[in-house]
Design a binder for this molecule. Structure first.
Ligand code: C2E
Ligand code: CA
Ligand code: CA
Length: 394
């Protein structure tokens, strides 16, 4: 790997089994997260960057990693800073971390790619109980590890280990619930909860992404059928699924069987859909939209954004990526980008959703900027369905 001056992206995950009885008390939850963050900060150097992805996951960018050896040193230090348990109410809590690393090339789209590669490496590290793994592009992943993961996913489909979590989407003006995004979680029998970044990529490389997504669509629509009419649901659809037309019948069947009106279903696709076979993809999107289903562009601004999207794509909604939203109050550039995207989308009669809204200040500013819908930890994390329905009295 690596030339002098290169950067490396790392995903660091804190294991979720804590040896403390009141794990679910929000106090201990916050304590663990804060301890996790404090130690991460003491691990990285001033020129490196980090940010939180979830309560137990963070992304780091390590600058100037010129060789495997340097990365090994960084990883060794990671092991060191997390070795001592954290004392909570006088009891030791072990902060067990695992990391996945991937080399970062130039440009923004490479960040998304590197994050996905780091997630694959992280998953391998978890499977092999190593502190860390490095993604190596040559052998597009250790085929053994990938085969094991695929087999496990097949079984998980059979045994119902996949779950949908729901993250609220809130009207920016009225602060009322308008819907939810359905997000996959894999609940392993050992109690571990695996985030989608660790398996979606592998699923996409194999056909298992189809049955998995069909299951997601059907489950989400079935749940939506029990919620008030004014609520909608957003489902993530991998670009590869738009290259064949079976998505049409799955979506239509789900809507018909559960008697849900198509306008309440939002399919989120990323800008990657336009990379190849544009004609096929466009005609699929047109057909879905003709039926009334809404199309949303996810992670807007991180991929191959182009103004032609606004003109040519049959799209109802733009989701501004978290990376712009997160820093919009401290970075003038990010603020300007968010504002420009909102104004442009409105000129094309598209709805705008801001993702990754973590503070009241950001929520307020977005609402002043006439953003339509807000989503992020400030309102809620993705919640298990019972919890979501309880929280929003559905
Ligand atoms: P995404 O579609 O961009 O989903 C948003 C991600 O941001 C979710 O991560 C969510 O938990 C996280 N998030 C939401 N609000 C905040 C916030 O305020 N701060 C921070 N730091 N993060 C926030 P999650 O659930 O881990 O999902 C990761 C990605 O996995 C998703 O990104 C999506 O690309 C993919 N994914 C999830 N479910 C599915 C699925 O059913 N099918 C497919 N194809 N992909 C899925
Ligand atoms: Ca999404
Ligand atoms: Ca997104």
């Amino acid at each position: 790997m690596a030339n002098p001056g290169n950067s490396v992206v790392g995903l660091v995950e804190l294991a979720e089994h804590y040896d403390v009885a009141d794990l679910h008390a929000s106090a201990s939850f916050n304590v663990m997260r804060d301890a996790f963050h404090d130690r991460l900060k003491s691990w990285i150097r001033p020129r490196d960057q980090w940010r939180s992805i979830n309560h137990n996951r963070a992304c780091v960018i390590l600058q100037d990693i010129g060789s495997e050896g340097e990365l090994e040193l960084a990883a060794a230090k990671l092991g060191r800073v997390f070795r001592e348990p954290h004392l909570y109410r006088g009891r030791p809590m072990h902060l067990h971390v695992t990391a996945g690393f991937a080399e970062l090339g130039g440009g923004n789209q490479n960040m998304t790619l590197a994050m996905r590669q780091a997630a694959i490496a992280l998953n391998q590290a978890k499977n092999s109980s190593r502190l860390y793994e490095v993604f190596s592009p040559g052998n597009t992943r250790n085929p053994d590890a990938e085969a094991i993961l695929l087999r496990a996913m097949d079984e998980a489909m059979e045994t119902g280990e996949f779950n949908l979590y729901y993250q609220p989407q809130v009207h920016a003006g009225y602060n009322s619930l308008v819907g939810a995004e359905a997000l996959l979680r894999w609940h392993r029998p050992n109690g571990e909860i695996i985030a989608p970044d660790s398996f979606i990529d592998v699923a996409e490389r194999h056909d298992i992404i189809r049955p998995l997504t069909w299951w997601v669509i059907k489950s989400a629509v079935a749940r939506l059928a029990t919620w008030p009419e004014q609520l909608s649901i957003a489902v993530n659809v991998s670009p590869v699924l738009l290259l064949r037309d079976d998505i049409q019948s799955v979506v239509h069947d789900a809507l018909d069987i559960f008697a849900v009106s198509a306008e309440r279903l939002n399919l989120e696709v990323t800008e990657k859909i336009m990379v190849d076979n544009q004609e096929v993809v466009l005609s699929q999107l047109h057909d879905l939209r003709e039926r009334g289903v809404k199309i949303s562009i996810d992670d807007f601004g991180t991929g191959f954004s182009s103004l032609a999207y606004f003109r040519d794509l049959p799209v109802d909604e733009i989701k501004i990526d978290q990376c712009f939203v997160r820093n919009m109050l401290t970075s003038e550039k990010d603020h300007a980008i968010v504002k420009a995207v909102i104004d442009l989308a409105h000129n094309f009669s598209m709805r705008v959703v801001a993702e990754g809204v973590e503070t009241l200040e950001i929520a307020e500013r977005l609402s002043q900027m006439r953003c339509d819908v807000l989503q992020g930890y400030y309102f809620d994390r993705p919640l298990q369905v019972e919890h979501f329905e309880q929280q929003y009295k559905l």
